[in-house]
Ligand binder design. Structure first.
Ligand SMILES: Cc1ncc(C[n+]2csc(CCOP(=O)(O)OP(=O)(O)O)c2C)c(N)n1
Length: 339
């Protein structure tokens, strides 16, 4: 019988067993997410982007570690906190930025905005605003893969708040019962809006919930990109080769409020400081420097290259056209009369 709920309750220590090229790739992506998100915060404050905006700042290691365990042909589903996930799955930064601006060149043609990024070409399947709403859809995609007899994997990402929702339990049950190639990834950032996990969930170590479905589960330090990548790679391989679903809990922290509208007064300064000292980007930089794999000049070069990408993506979004009025009638389930 497969071992269940393998991890200890304690997140693991930061590790560095990979080659320089791979680690530089991770660092690059993490810095890209951070700088894009900072720019998004700025444009939102200047009222260039509408609706709600939820930032990934602080969660970059979880995102890069998990998404880099996927092959191009694999599917990725996530929540409204989706900018970083879209970028790592291969959605162009300019298409993400244009979507935030509501422009026709956005990855969802300007109709989705921040919470509904989507690009089926790179199998980035959204961007869902309903908490837990992506779980049945990702599970259904894994069922479709099984019917087709191909070897893709569906990764389904959600916050710990979603694990109290019915669809989480329905999804895990069916995934295990039908042996579907799906990896459930819970980014446990310890708060669902302003509510601490221990006040909302009878079990605050989320990975333990998988035992109800006899599912393999691990709890990982989601501030450690390498440990995250390793755990997700194990889960992806289990799904691909054995059609064995898993739940991976990534313990992480969002440095900002729930959304741009949230001043985050429900957390103490000490708590936020404790987590900021574990910033996933500076931790990786320091580890790489300490082991002689990275110089300050290399960091400066990455920052400069990322800065150019961010500037270009904003220029692209600013100069792109808004969707035309005719677009109102396109891509809807039922076309109106005469269309
Ligand atoms: C079904 C449903 N209930 C309530 C909400 C309102 N809501 C939006 S985000 C959120 C908190 C979710 O927290 P979590 O799943 O931990 O994700 P995080 O925002 O921390 O990434 C809630 C309750 C919603 N969008 N959908």
């Amino acid at each position: 019988m497969k071992q269940r709920s393998q991890a200890s309750a304690q997140p693991r220590a930061v590790s560095l067993p990979l080659d320089k090229e791979t680690l530089l790739h991770f660092l690059n992506k993490m810095i890209l997410i951070r700088r894009v998100e900072e720019k998004v915060a700025e444009i939102y404050t200047r009222a260039k982007a509408g609706g709600f905006v939820h930032l990934n700042i602080g969660e970059e290691a979880a995102i890069v570690g998990a998404a880099s365990s996927l092959a191009d042909r694999d599917y990725l589903f996530t929540s409204y906190r989706d900018h970083g996930w879209a970028l790592v799955k291969g959605v162009a930064p300019r298409a993400v930025m244009a979507e935030l601006y509501g422009k026709a060149t956005g990855c969802s043609k300007g109709r989705g905005g921040s919470m509904h990024l989507f690009d089926s070409k790179v199998r980035f399947m959204g961007g869902y605003a309903i908490v837990g709403g992506m779980i049945p859809i990702a599970t259904g995609t894994a069922l479709a893969v099984t019917y087709r007899g191909t070897d893709e994997v569906a990764m389904c990402v959600f916050g710990e708040g979603a694990t109290n929702i019915g669809s989480f339990h329905e999804g895990l049950n069916v995934a295990k019962l039908w042996q579907l190639p799906v990896v459930f990834v819970c980014t446990n950032n310890l708060y669902g809006m302003g509510t601490a996990v221990r006040r909302a969930s009878s079990v605050s170590e989320i990975y333990r919930k998988a035992c109800a479905y006899d599912m393999v589960a691990e709890r990982i330090d989601g501030m450690d990109v390498v440990a995250t990548r390793d755990a997700c790679l194990r889960a992806v391989e289990r799904a691909r080769k054995d059609h064995e679903p898993s739940l991976v809990e990534l313990v992480t922290y969002r440095f900002r409020g729930h959304s741009m509208a949230d001043p985050a007064r429900y957390r103490t300064d000490d708590e936020v400081r404790w987590w900021r000292e574990r910033d996933p980007i500076s931790s990786l930089e320091q580890k790489m420097k300490d082991s002689g794999m990275l110089t300050q000049q290399e960091i400066d070069d990455i920052e400069a290259a990322v800065s150019r990408v961010v500037t270009e993506s904003v220029q692209y979004a600013e100069s792109s056209p808004a969707p035309g009025l005719d677009d109102l009638y396109k891509d809807v389930y039922v076309q109106s009369e005469g269309q």
